[in-house]
Design a protein around this ligand. Structure first.
Ligand SMILES: NC(=O)c1ccc[n+]([C@@H]2O[C@H](COP(=O)([O-])OP(=O)(O)OC[C@H]3O[C@@H](n4cnc5c(N)ncnc54)[C@H](OP(=O)(O)O)[C@@H]3O)[C@@H](O)[C@H]2O)c1
Length: 240
């Protein structure tokens, strides 16, 4: 996935996997917007991302404080990011904010933990994917014409963060696994919908741009081994 000169928005970009990936993107020449709750952590993270910039004089970095568990948070974040990005929504969005609270299902806090896990891991990603898809695909909401001489707009990407526990089951993780399984289902549905949208647009306008090109990736999280080649070569779940 080429990132040089492109703008990437990452939820959960202030530490852990998100921060490591943001630093890699900066090294590769991307503009980066990070989103998480703590402004203090965001400020520190931006400093550390800036030190990696390939072209410090032109690359830009931005932080937005938001709680992804809050219903409706994503519209505000996408609008803020677009206003900062010369009126254009970011072309790549990676939903990383997430948490795991392993416990047995019979423990007292299990239902509370399971609900919160859905709020952050599933709905946090679901809301963001919907807000950015609306910004990309709905008329008048940021769909960008390709520059003169370029026949197609750059591909757009939504990336959901899965886990080994998106595909395997493990005792003690009933509070977490369903949120990651659910993301797989959503990714498949969105990839199908986007194919339909692209076809309809092509039919309607005999679109010279050939529709909107968007890939939706599911990244099995293996944070300790995250490298740039891992990001680039992760196979697409579906590409429209
Ligand atoms: N670590 C693993 O072994 C592992 C394995 C498989 C999958 N994963 C997945 O990989 C992703 C990243 O994991 P990680 O271990 O790198 O996480 P981490 O180090 O705990 O970092 C989590 C990031 O998400 C932010 N965050 C958490 N809750 C949030 C909320 N409600 N709203 C906004 N931001 C929030 C945190 O910042 P604030 O606290 O300041 O908000 C932080 O920037 C998660 O989706 C996780 O499920 C991790």
């Amino acid at each position: 996935m080429p990132v040089e000169g492109r703008t990437i928005l990452m939820t959960g970009g202030s530490e852990g996997t998100g921060l490591s990936a943001a630093r890699i993107f900066a090294r590769k020449g991307a503009n980066v917007v990070i989103v998480s709750r703590s402004q203090a952590k965001l400020d520190e993270a931006i400093k550390s991302i800036k030190t990696e910039a390939r072209s410090p004089e032109t690359q830009r970095f931005h932080a937005i404080a938001a709680d992804v568990a809050e219903p409706g948070y994503a519209e505000r974040v996408v609008a803020d990011a677009a206003a900062w990005n010369d009126g254009q929504p970011p072309e790549i969005v990676w939903c990383l904010a997430g948490l795991s609270t392993p416990m047995l299902w019979t423990e007292e806090e299990a239902m509370k933990a399971a609900r919160y896990s859905m709020d952050v891991n599933y709905f946090g990603s679901a809301e963001m994917s919907r807000a950015i898809m609306c910004a990309w695909l709905l008329p008048g909401q940021g769909a960008k014409q390709p520059p003169t001489g370029q026949s197609r707009p750059a591909a757009k990407h939504i990336i959901f963060t899965g886990s080994v526990l998106s595909v395997f089951s493990l005792a003690g993780h009933g509070t977490y696994m369903p949120s990651k399984f659910a993301l797989r289902a959503l990714a498949d549905a969105l990839a199908m919908e986007e194919r339909v949208t692209a076809l309809v647009r092509k039919e309607e306008s005999h679109d010279r741009r050939g529709g909107v090109y968007m890939g939706i990736r599911q990244v099995p999280g293996i944070p300790n081994s995250l490298t740039s080649s891992f990001i680039v070569h992760e196979p697409m779940a579906r590409v429209a």
